[in-house]
Write a protein that binds this ligand. Structure first.
Ligand SMILES: CC(C)(COP(=O)(O)OP(=O)(O)OC[C@H]1O[C@@H](n2cnc3c(N)ncnc32)[C@H](O)[C@@H]1OP(=O)(O)O)[C@@H](O)C(=O)NCCC(=O)NCCS
Length: 123
């Protein structure tokens, strides 16, 4: 069973929660609190550890962090090119599609893409 640690102060704007298993880093998630909303990003589980519930645990830990920071809603965004893989995952964890947003005008992109915003109530 992996242990999830809180690693603050890596970035001035937010916090990384990292998952450790037998001394090895196996996953992470970034969380940024913005008043009554929090933002979740950079969720990642190493390939060998995927499919065993760690992604779900990291998202739950980020949601608890947001709740304890006073947030009522968790926001996240995925890129449209990965919608097929990621939308079912997040919807399974209770996230709903809110809207789409274009990439910033100066973005360098290889294929036409946009952001898809998803949110979940934390109360
Ligand atoms: C997305 C990612 C974090 C999922 O982590 P994971 O540890 O494999 O996910 P879990 O095992 O916790 O799965 C949680 C649930 O989602 C389901 N699930 C996982 N991947 C899924 C997918 N692609 N489509 C549909 N459901 C999926 C699981 O079946 C599980 O459901 P259950 O608990 O009801 O059985 C992982 O695949 C990853 O790191 N991918 C590469 C990085 C990435 O794309 N990050 C997202 C950036 S927005």
């Amino acid at each position: 069973m992996s242990t999830i640690w809180e690693c603050g102060l890596y970035m001035s704007s937010g916090t990384f929660l990292v998952a450790e298993d037998s001394g090895a880093l196996v996953g992470c998630v970034y969380i940024e609190t913005r008043g009554n909303r929090s933002y979740l990003g950079l969720l990642s589980v190493q390939p060998e550890s995927q499919g065993a519930g760690l992604g779900r645990r990291l998202v739950a830990a980020a949601e608890n962090f947001g709740r304890e920071s006073g947030s009522q809603i968790m926001d996240l965004r995925i890129i449209s090119a990965r919608q097929e893989q990621l939308s079912p995952f997040y919807q399974r964890l209770g996230y709903c599609l809110i809207r789409t947003e274009p990439f910033p005008a100066n973005s360098v992109i290889k294929i036409p893409s946009h952001f898809i915003l998803l949110s979940k109530s934390l109360i």
